[in-house]
Design a protein around this ligand. Structure first.
Ligand code: DC
Length: 226
């Protein structure tokens, strides 16, 4: 099998991972895999069943009834399929963000999703974003980038994004949520959010999207060549 390239992008919520990864994937002709969307799908499924994301027994009991699928449309957009149903839009709320953060701390959930993520990278050139891609999912990724920004900048970006989709959110609430998720994602015992030793750190607080893309291209070019 011909060699596959993988670009791992990790970082906290709202650092701009998905916007940047999507743009870069398009340019390189790679698959873009948003792993946060997979955890969101699990959270949404349990939420529909009325299971609290903190309920260890409930999560363990019902997780086997979930089949998660990833599909790509002709524009290369990732769709999340929950037991045959497209839930791509439904999972993008502040409530599901919080629940996904809690659900993702369970070992049974992370174990179930690990092979699925590795499988995509085994068969395709990928840009994968998440929290543990460079550390756990693809420890041998060709390029690893840790994307971050101040909590305030991330909250502003996330608020603007949700408002543009017509969701009612305030900056203050979003900032609080982001700080809480940072804490949860960084302090869980299994696969916490952490910069891999061999990842390049990129702080996007002072950069606009084009600036970040330019920096990312430079980093990728050094490793793979564009
Ligand atoms: O990237 P996101 O905001 O859509 O992710 C939602 C939650 O899913 C995040 O708060 C933590 C969890 N997550 C994870 O634990 N590991 C990943 N690789 C991606 C997301």
């Amino acid at each position: 099998m011909e060699k596959k390239y993988s670009i791992a992008i990790d970082g906290p919520a709202g650092a701009g991972k998905s916007t940047i990864a999507k743009a870069l994937a398009k340019e390189l002709g790679y698959y873009y895999v948003d792993t946060g969307a997979i955890y969101r799908t699990v959270a949404y499924f349990l939420d529909l069943l009325g299971i609290s994301p903190k309920d260890v027994d409930g999560v363990e009991r019902y997780i086997d009834e979930l089949t998660v699928g990833i599909e790509y449309d002709e524009d290369g957009r990732q769709h999340m399929i929950m037991n045959g149903m497209d839930v791509t839009e439904e999972i993008r709320t502040q409530d599901i963000s919080q629940k996904a953060s809690l659900v993702s701390a369970h070992k049974v959930v992370r174990d179930m999703l690990l092979d699925m993520q590795r499988d995509v990278a085994r068969h395709n050139n990928v840009i994968m974003d998440g929290r543990d891609i460079g550390t756990v999912v693809l420890p041998k990724a060709t390029v690893k980038i840790f994307l971050t920004a101040s909590a305030e900048v991330r909250a502003k970006r996330r608020t603007d994004e949700l408002l543009s989709k017509g969701q009612k959110v305030s900056y203050e609430q979003t900032l609080k949520d982001i700080k809480q998720r940072d804490y949860q994602d960084s302090n869980r015992p299994i696969a916490p959010l952490k910069q891999a030793k061999d990842a390049v750190l990129l702080d996007t607080s002072e950069l606009d999207i084009d600036g970040v893309i330019a920096q990312m291209k430079r980093i990728v070019a050094e490793k793979i060549g564009l």
